[in-house]
Structures are given as C-alpha cells and as structure tokens.
Design a protein around this ligand. Sequence first.
Ligand SMILES: Nc1nc2c([nH]c(=O)n2[C@H]2C[C@H](O)[C@@H](COP(=O)(O)OP(=O)(O)OP(=O)(O)O)O2)c(=O)[nH]1
Length: 181
Amino acid sequence: MCQIVENSEAAKVTQEAQPKGAQSKAAQPKGTQPKATQLVVGAVVVDDLRQPTRFLAAQRAYPAQLRGQWEFPGGKVEPGEAPQAALARELCEELDIVAKIGMEVIPDTPLSAWPLKPGLEMRVWLVSTERPEISPGTSHMQVKWVTPVQALDLNWLAPDLPIVRQIIKLMGAGQGKCAQS
Ligand SMILES: Nc1nc2c([nH]c(=O)n2[C@H]2C[C@H](O)[C@@H](COP(=O)(O)OP(=O)(O)OP(=O)(O)O)O2)c(=O)[nH]1
C-alpha cells in the first residue's frame, strides 16, 4: 500500500495551483454558466528527475474505445483537490507507487495546460519513484519503460502526442520547457 509524500516545494505549488486547475464545486444554476473545464493530471514517471533517459508509458485497459492506447498514468482532479495531490493519489491508486513530483512539463504555447478535447485539459509533471518495478494494476494492460525512440513507436492517445514530443525534446536537451515546482 503506497502513501503520499509531499515535499515542501510540491506543497508550495499545490497551494498556488489549486485555484488555477481545480474544479470549483460551487453550485451554479444550470444553463447560466459555461461548463467548467475538467482538469486531468498526468505523470511522466522518469528514471531520474534531473537527467531523465527513460519514462513510463501505460497502456489503457478501459474504456473500450481507449483500450490498448498508451498514455501517462493519472486521472481526473476531484472537486476541491489540488492538482499535485490528485496526481499523487492517482499514482498511488493505479500503480501503487509513492510519487516524488518534479518539474511541470508545459506547452510551448501560452496555454497553461495541454488540451485533450473540449472541456478536458491536462497538466503533466515529471515524477520519480523509489521503486522501478512497477506493476500495471487494473487501469492498465501493461506499463513499460521507454526511451524517447521507443516512445515514438507506441500508439499514444492522440492528444498525448504533443506532450510526448515535448518530453523527448526535454530529454534530448537535458532541459526543456518545464516550470520549476
Ligand atoms: N490519465 C490520462 N488520461 C488521458 C491522457 N490523455 C488523454 O487524452 N486522457 C483522457 C482520457 C480520459 O478521457 C481522461 C482521463 O480520464 P481517466 O479515466 O484517466 O480519469 P480517472 O482515472 O479519474 O477515471 P474516472 O474516475 O473518470 O473513471 O483524459 C493521459 O495521458 N492520461
């Protein structure tokens, strides 16, 4: 059973990030306000936070239309939940790992999150874990450590492709378009 570890830097960002990304549960009369964007958080679990050479790709088990495609482990932020807390929770639930959260991987565009589809966007962080042997659990058919070249051979969820390219750029350059947590 994993547990959630928060370092002070992560906690700092968590506090800052909450108003930006988390959904508000404030009751609003139906039809009077635009629908809030649902935030998804994803993890690029890397072999080394400072000098990543490989990262973890996860093959979705469900729903049927997404089954077999590759993604970053993670999931939806719950109402009132801080994004990084949500990420740690999802990694604990899905992969039974304790996450050490590093830099955020952000788009080159002015967008603050990666668009997935209308009403859905994702924030992504580099993450490390003490335990490299990671089992897929029930959310994923399999997980595997990939180099940038190997990552390009996988059938990723379409919205993830720009994120994969950004990570590959980051790995190639030894630094990238990241925001310090
Ligand atoms: N986790 C994850 N979801 C992604 C990625 N790329 C992408 O388009 N998505 C989409 C798929 C889903 O429509 C949505 C995330 O849903 P999810 O099923 O992972 O969320 P969850 O674990 O909280 O599950 P649930 O409570 O809705 O069942 O975002 C990705 O890399 N990781």
